[in-house]
Design a protein around this ligand. Structure first.
Ligand SMILES: CC(=O)[C@@H](O)[C@H](O)COP(=O)(O)O
Ligand SMILES: NCC(=O)COP(=O)(O)O
Length: 240
């Protein structure tokens, strides 16, 4: 039985909206519908090129969302830091993306960037914003995450997802080790990237202390075939 909450990442709803230049689908309406369908949080990842989530979307969503609002992004972008401090979401997830990446593809080096992370995390926590930092399932990175002052880590799950079909027992091992270390250190555990209806249940059942999964791409693709309400219910069922 997992206790993990489902935060729906609506980046790809914004991708569809932007593709025609209008406001269809309406992002705020879709976010509220996701909550009505059972989502326990909404995640957005505004990138500097605003390819999907725009900075204005964050302001439009902030006062309408009834569940937890999680803003992901690269805190090395001053505009992102200002956006988060102005909107004070329940959680900010710090992701070390570089410009032009097609998607997020690595976690923080919490050893190399220890001092930087300590400072930026303190800036958000001073405003009572819960901080999560995106990390690979690497025990050394989890150990160094402790002294950054972060509330949570988000385990980057692409490697797990890629290996799941061929060897789930092997794929999960680094994540179990990372989770045990995080629990030992008193760091909360989130997870995300490429989780889907096939690999989510096994992950959630094997990661002790998992608090939240943020899922976007696969969930929105599934919704094209299954409908958004049915899809969200199916993802929630995988977390039971
Ligand atoms: C950090 C992460 O893995 C995802 O949250 C990210 O938001 C995906 O970004 P795209 O939707 O731009 O691929
Ligand atoms: N932090 C992961 C997230 O928000 C969504 O990632 P994905 O499901 O779109 O790969």
């Amino acid at each position: 039985m997992s206790q993990a909450k489902l935060s729906v990442n609506i980046n790809k709803i914004a991708t569809l909206r932007n593709s025609r230049g209008g406001n269809n689908p309406n992002l705020v309406k879709t976010a509220l519908d996701c909550e009505r369908f059972g989502a326990q949080g909404i995640t957005v990842h505004p990138r500097p090129d605003e390819r999907h989530i725009r900075y204005q979307d964050v302001f439009d969503l902030k006062d309408k969302i009834q569940t937890e609002f999680n803003i992901e992004g690269n805190c090395e972008e001053e505009k992102f830091v200002e956006l988060v401090l102005k909107n004070k979401p329940a959680q900010v997830t710090l992701v070390p993306d570089v410009l032009g990446q097609i998607t997020s593809n690595h976690g923080w080096d919490t050893i190399k960037h220890q001092n930087y992370l300590q400072d930026i995390i303190a800036k958000f926590r001073e405003q009572n914003i819960r901080v999560s930092i995106f990390v690979d399932a690497n025990v050394e990175m989890i150990e160094a995450a402790k002294t950054t002052g972060t509330d949570r880590i988000e385990l980057y799950t692409e490697a797990y997802a890629k290996q799941f079909e061929n060897n789930r027992e092997k794929a999960i091992l680094p994540y179990i080790a990372a989770a045990h270390k995080a629990n030992e250190l008193g760091i909360g555990i989130n997870a995300g990237h490429d989780l889907d209806l096939h690999n989510l249940h096994y992950f959630a059942q094997n990661i002790p202390g998992l608090l939240e999964v943020s899922i976007g791409h696969a969930l929105i693709v599934d919704a094209l075939y299954l409908g958004l309400e049915n899809t969200i219910q199916r993802y929630l069922y995988q977390l039971k």
